[in-house]
Design a protein around this ligand. Sequence first.
Ligand SMILES: *[C@@H]1O[C@H](CO)[C@@H](O)[C@H](O)[C@H]1NC(C)=O
Ligand SMILES: *[C@@H]1O[C@H](CO)[C@@H](O)[C@H](O)[C@H]1NC(C)=O
Ligand SMILES: *[C@@H]1O[C@H](CO)[C@@H](O)[C@H](O)[C@H]1NC(C)=O
Ligand SMILES: *[C@@H]1O[C@H](CO)[C@@H](O)[C@H](O)[C@H]1NC(C)=O
Ligand SMILES: *[C@@H]1O[C@H](CO)[C@@H](O)[C@H](O)[C@H]1NC(C)=O
Ligand SMILES: *[C@@H]1O[C@H](CO)[C@@H](O)[C@H](O)[C@H]1NC(C)=O
Length: 327
Amino acid sequence: MYSLALLLCTAALAHNALAVKVCPKPPEVLFATISVVKNEYNVGEEVEYTCRPGFVPNNGLRKYICQPTGRWPLNTLLCLLTILLGQGQANACQMASGVESSHSVNVCAQIPENYSVTCAPPSLPEFGVLSYRHLKPGNISYFMDTIIFECVPPLALIGNETATCQANGTWSSIPECRAVTCPAPTGIENGFLNFAVRRTYHYNESVSFSCQSRYVLEGPKHIRCEKTGNWSPKPACKEPCKIPAKKAVVLYEGEKKRVQSDLKEGIMHGETISFYCKNKEKSCAYTVPVQCVNGNLTLPFCFKERGFFSSLVKTDPSNMKPCEDLK
Ligand SMILES: *[C@@H]1O[C@H](CO)[C@@H](O)[C@H](O)[C@H]1NC(C)=O
Ligand SMILES: *[C@@H]1O[C@H](CO)[C@@H](O)[C@H](O)[C@H]1NC(C)=O
Ligand SMILES: *[C@@H]1O[C@H](CO)[C@@H](O)[C@H](O)[C@H]1NC(C)=O
Ligand SMILES: *[C@@H]1O[C@H](CO)[C@@H](O)[C@H](O)[C@H]1NC(C)=O
Ligand SMILES: *[C@@H]1O[C@H](CO)[C@@H](O)[C@H](O)[C@H]1NC(C)=O
Ligand SMILES: *[C@@H]1O[C@H](CO)[C@@H](O)[C@H](O)[C@H]1NC(C)=O
């Protein structure tokens, strides 16, 4: 027995010396995959390492060429977690074997214990109405990876849209898809629904509103059927303002207008007109702006409506010198 073993050993040595050298399988690197995995590589052949999803190469070459000696150069690659985490850290080490076996070194990385956790694809109970996609490329989900769920319209996604692969290999949450309807939307004061049919609506369907002439729509024009089965907040139609003066010249959109003829209809919600007031001592006039707020418009205190007589004998404030020009 002994002699046979010796003989075989000697033969192997002789063979080794004569044969064309080949390299063995390159060393495994923690958290990395190898481009081409074989049992033997020809001299000059190259392998490339890629860090697994969630890990990044750090301080080391990713490509190695099979040497004429039949060995791989010293492997220095280190794949580190992209997120290093404060807790649960441990030393994970790898043997990096070089050209000469004497050069084998121990490479250690600070990585969390939870490094090798993967989460199986979430089981989706419903009949294809719930789907998900990975945030990062690749099919495998590692610790801290996130997926995003979607429901087939018009179903509403109830729960968290995103799930994270947890340390114990489970997904943080899996939402469900539910049919949601909202009742036929009701109208608004001084406005109406555009092209709306009286029916129930599905989740995420929307309708729009408009206001009667001279009313101003405030708030969102469109409302949407929400997951709760309620409509999102409706807009309101804001009233125009009549101008509470029979006769006056005012400033409206930068121009002088007569209230009694040019502004019979009043002004719309949000608009502003300026009244002329008189400074008697300085014989000049100044303007005071007032705004229409949902049908309310208050005349400025200084404004005096002019009687028939005074309008005949006195200059209208709108024709007096502006006070700001007088020094
Ligand atoms: C790693 O796993 C342990 C045990 O499962 C857990 O207590 C710890 O919180 C995990 N670390 C992180 C950062 O989640
Ligand atoms: C993901 O997995 C499917 C089959 O499960 C496979 O056909 C596909 O190539 C994989 N994609 C990636 C990027 O690995
Ligand atoms: C949804 O889950 C993620 C983890 O995947 C979490 O960070 C987030 O706070 C959750 N959102 C809600 C609204 O619960
Ligand atoms: C996995 O971890 C999460 C969060 O720590 C926990 O809520 C859940 O119950 C755990 N699941 C299992 C099967 O241990
Ligand atoms: C809801 O509808 C809008 C278009 O009106 C669309 O952009 C959006 O993606 C929809 N949301 C969902 C969750 O289906
Ligand atoms: C408008 O005037 C009415 C009556 O004075 C008052 O009750 C209401 O609050 C006012 N509205 C606004 C928006 O000022």
